[in-house]
Design a protein around this ligand. Structure first.
Ligand code: ADP
Length: 569
């Protein structure tokens, strides 16, 4: 606040800060530069936590993950044009994943942009952001900052959550107005994500269908994890006795070791179930669009779908019983309807699942007991699995191809919202941004399991991790390349194959440049000691885990998406 003509005034910078704080938002992820450098300084001076990154994409990813973990929109702050564009991938990814975030970018002056007169970092950012997010707004006047931020918050968290873009032209920050009028222009958003109660008949329809099932299955998605209705979701699964399958970011809603978990019999239950209840999960590519061989075609299948978005229904296959509402309200209504004398699913169904699960688990157990040198994906992940078991509060971040696929099935999760990964797009590059957000918002240890290729997208953020002294241990699964390190250049030329990296690279040296702990682990034993130490110390650590370069398959488990593989079919 400043004084002019004896009337206290407030500028645009402080209105933005006050509006965020008023709405209980106290952290900004961003990257300073023109025209928002002073905003980052002032925000810190006003008691906000400002986490500065080395590249906006990672600041944006951090904001998105913070949104997922807290149900409040994560804030990413960037400079104009190039910084804005760098943040845009994260904004689009947040929207696709239904994570609430707000990308706030400074921009150049409207008058010059609209006449295309060539301003510093000129770009019509609002127009570019619009198709990539849930909502986009521009604020031109200081007195509208409160409204702009209120609208952005509501858009991000209400209904299906998503990304919102907020455009603040440079001149806005320096505008001043009467301080009292400024304060009065700010809005504390009341009930930003209103409950949406499902219709009683929709709940009844779902229960009636579920009762007819001979082979029922519950499928939990990351919407269920986001909803923070953990106790009711667990109660619904346990009271009905229905086997369940968690999508990767829903792992831990119930512990993966739960007796009703059908994860180790996934193909069997997807193919054989007759009634499937989706809770916060979409029938997109990750679920083979609800049809085909995966789903046991031509076996008839009936779906119940609980979702906040009415237009999600029937997007891939017919949904017999849609239940539209927020997951908390829907699940609690279903629970009431289930009552106390619900008949458990037929024992032939649960016994058949248990048999397959035990067979698969014991097969996997034998593989995981091996400790080859060099390590392979299984032996390295067995070590991580044991550490996570002893620290179920730790958050696992996971990206890569094989590193992702194997970790998802090998590393059990025990608590909700402890697994963050590549999500709906299967995007690479979320690693360090998600890890920073997890550490900053929860204060818990973070274990980032990274393919060596995936790590490359955000590796420079090791400096950020060290700068803020965050309790993050990054494990780079180093098999010398994308998928594996054995490809050769068929021409015999001096360039290596496109999928191959520098052999025997020492990723652990990267963190040492910034004062963190680097460990070169060539055996399971070394990996185990280093990871336990890292988690116990809470110090930034990078473990270069040497993996057999012949291990790993092309594209991990999604080989079928390669055009060449399809051509061969
Ligand atoms: P997964 O990838 O784990 O299968 P998706 O991202 O495909 O999960 O699906 C999440 C679904 O959850 C989306 O359709 C979204 O609309 C829905 N969703 C998100 N939050 C809520 C909520 N609070 N209540 C109800 N549905 C929600």
């Amino acid at each position: 606040m400043t004084e002019s003509n004896n009337n206290p005034t407030i500028d645009g910078f402080h209105l933005v800060i006050e509006a965020l704080k008023l709405n209980d938002i106290h952290t900004i992820f961003g990257l300073p530069g023109i025209p928002i450098t002073d905003l980052t300084r002032m925000a810190q001076a006003e008691g906000m936590r400002v986490i500065s990154f080395r590249h906006e994409q990672h600041a944006g990813n951090a904001a998105a993950a913070a949104g997922f973990l807290t149900q409040k929109p994560g804030i990413c702050l960037t400079v104009s044009a190039p910084g804005f564009l760098n943040g845009l991938t994260a904004l689009a990814n947040a929207t696709v994943n239904c994570f609430p975030m707000i990308l706030i970018s400074g921009s150049s002056e409207r008058e010059i942009v609209d006449l295309q007169q060539g301003d510093y970092e000129e770009m019509d950012q609002l127009a570019i952001a619009k198709p990539l997010c849930k909502a986009a707004y521009r604020v031109l006047h200081a007195q509208d900052i409160g409204v702009g931020i209120a609208r952005a918050i509501r858009s991000a968290v209400s209904g299906r959550p998503g990304g919102v873009y907020l455009d603040f032209p440079a001149k806005l920050f320096a505008q001043t107005m009467d301080a009292l009028a400024g304060q009065q222009s700010l809005i504390k958003v009341v009930d930003p994500a209103p409950r949406q109660i499902p219709a009683a008949e929709a709940v009844q329809r779902a229960l009636d269908l579920l009762k007819t099932a001979k082979r029922p299955l519950i499928l939990l998605g990351k919407g269920a994890a986001y909803a923070q209705a953990d106790a009711d979701i667990r109660a619904l699964v346990e009271k009905t006795g229905i086997p369940y399958l968690p999508m990767s970011m829903a792992k831990g809603l119930l512990p993966d070791t739960h007796s009703q978990s059908a994860s180790a019999a996934r193909s069997y239950v997807l193919a054989e179930a007759d009634v499937v209840m989706l809770i916060g999960a979409r029938l997109n590519w990750l679920l083979s669009h609800g049809k085909g061989k995966t789903w046991g075609a031509p076996n008839p299948k009936k779906f119940i779908q609980i979702d906040i978005s009415p237009t999600e229904i029937d997007s891939n296959v017919a949904i017999a019983a849609p239940v539209i509402g927020d997951i908390g309200s829907c699940v609690s209504a279903l629970l009431k309807g289930v009552g106390t004398n619900w008949a458990p699913p037929p024992s032939e169904w649960t016994a058949a699942i248990a048999e397959r699960r035990e067979k698969n688990l014991s097969k996997m157990g034998a593989t995981l007991a091996l400790t080859p040198t060099p390590m392979n994906f299984h032996s390295a992940l067995a070590v991580i699995r044991d550490v996570v078991k002893s620290r179920p509060d730790a958050i696992v971040v996971n990206e890569g191809a094989n590193t992702l696929d194997f970790a998802r099935s090998i590393v059990d999760m025990y608590e909700p919202r402890k697994r963050l990964d590549v999500g709906t797009w299967g995007i690479m590059g979320i690693g360090m941004g998600f890890a920073v957000a997890a550490a900053v918002t929860t204060g818990k240890p973070v274990i980032a399991i990274e393919g060596d290729s995936a790590f490359g997208f955000s590796g420079m953020e090791m400096e950020t991790i060290c700068r803020y002294n965050l309790p993050i241990c990054v494990i780079v699964f180093n098999n010398n390349g994308v998928y594996r390190g054995t490809d050769v250049n068929p021409t015999g030329g001096s360039d290596v194959a496109p999928t191959v990296f520098v052999k025997n690279a020492r990723y652990d040296k990267i963190i040492e440049a910034f004062g963190g702990t680097g460990v070169h682990a060539t055996t399971s034993q070394e990996l185990s000691v280093a990871l336990k130490e890292a988690v116990a110390s809470g110090k930034p650590t990078l473990i270069n885990a040497v993996i057999d370069e012949t291990a790993g398959t092309e594209s991990g488990r999604i080989t079928m998406l390669n055009p060449q593989a399809n051509k061969k079919k």
